[in-house]
Design a protein around this ligand. Structure first.
Ligand SMILES: [Zn+2]
Length: 113
């Protein structure tokens, strides 16, 4: 059974995966991690609880750099500059309905303002 999905599903990259695992380890309440990719290449992540509330502090980092870029230091990774954002679920992932609910709560408020 092969499925062709025209819409590319956003998935964590290897480096992001490592960060995500670290966040989950430090956040026992997390059901997932929100991953935000900024235009400048920096990343923003935070664990999310089953109620769609933050379950950790927001972590910002930049690949192969000791710190985030100047722009992010200035505006703290403004929502205006988000390129992509998605939820990475902790296994076992919540039900599709619950995923939708949490995503909406978490990502819905980050993309609209
Ligand atoms: Zn940046």
């Amino acid at each position: 059974m092969k499925e062709k999905t025209p819409k590319k599903k956003l998935q964590a990259e290897k480096r992001e995966q490592a960060m995500i695992e670290g966040i989950i380890e430090g956040s026992p309440d997390a059901v997932g991690v929100v991953v935000v990719r900024l235009e400048c290449g920096c990343r923003k992540m935070a664990a999310v609880s089953k109620d769609g509330e933050p379950a950790s502090k927001i972590i910002m980092y930049r690949d192969q750099a000791t710190s985030i870029c100047e722009k992010c230091k200035e505006d703290n990774g403004s929502f205006m500059r988000i390129r992509e954002s998605f939820m990475h679920w902790v296994e076992p992932a919540p039900s599709p309905e619950k995923q939708k609910e949490i995503s909406l709560k978490v990502l819905g408020t980050t993309t609209s303002h």
